[in-house]
Design a protein around this ligand. Structure first.
Ligand SMILES: O=C(O)CCC(=O)C(=O)O
Ligand SMILES: [Fe+2]
Length: 193
């Protein structure tokens, strides 16, 4: 029998940052990123997203996210350094990063795919996690019962590639467990429109 549900093209590297490095980057980003509440469209209505966010990137890497256009904030040195390392290790010229900050277990991200046309047909998305450990889940678009879960610990790198944005959705669920703040960085390559 052929495998009816091949795994998502996703790889977890842990640790990617050493604990001391991760702690330092977390503190710098908490202090220096101009955190914003993005508005997203939910079931036809505009609502505040349940997290803080900031879009950072090269000036031309404007990005359409949940129906709105964002001009990127400039690179912080610590993020420019991380981009450099990811580019060397993965061979992808990332030009932007979406930073998300989950203040506690009520902050979350619902089911979605990062399948915007400007990311191209097989985007490589490099996701670095800092701060509190949270559960990250994927489900097949054509069969929501087929799921994969990862615990994203501080200092870990999750790389999504291939068809993972077109055949799968992912989410960062809320949790009733008491959890501290978490920052997630998704490095992306936005193509010219
Ligand atoms: O916080 C995470 O681990 C996931 C973030 C995510 O899916 C996104 O920024 O598109
Ligand atoms: Fe995503």
């Amino acid at each position: 029998m052929v495998n009816p549900s091949p795994a998502a093209d996703v790889a977890l590297v842990h640790p990617w940052l050493l604990p001391a490095q991760g702690d330092a980057v977390f503190a710098a980003l908490m202090a220096d990123i101009p955190w914003e509440t993005h508005r997203i469209r939910m079931f036809g209505k505009w609502v505040d997203s349940p997290r803080l966010s900031c879009w950072i990137g090269d000036p031309q890497a404007t990005y359409r996210y949940s129906g709105a256009d964002f001009a990127p904030h400039p690179w912080l040195p610590v993020l420019a350094e991380m981009r450099q390392r990811l580019q060397q290790e993965l061979g992808v010229p990332f030009n932007s990063v979406l930073a998300n900050r989950y203040r506690d277990g009520r902050d979350a991200m619902g089911w979605h795919s990062d399948d915007e046309p400007e990311l191209g047909p097989e985007p490589v998305i490099a996701s670095v996690s800092l701060g509190a450990t949270r559960r990250f889940v994927l489900r097949r678009r054509d069969d929501h019962a087929v799921k994969q879960a990862f615990l994203l610990e501080p200092g870990s790198l999750l790389v999504m590639r291939g068809r993972s944005q077109f055949e799968w959705q992912h989410a960062l669920p809320r949790t009733a467990r008491p959890v501290g703040e978490r920052i997630n960085l998704t490095f992306r390559q936005v193509m010219r429109r």
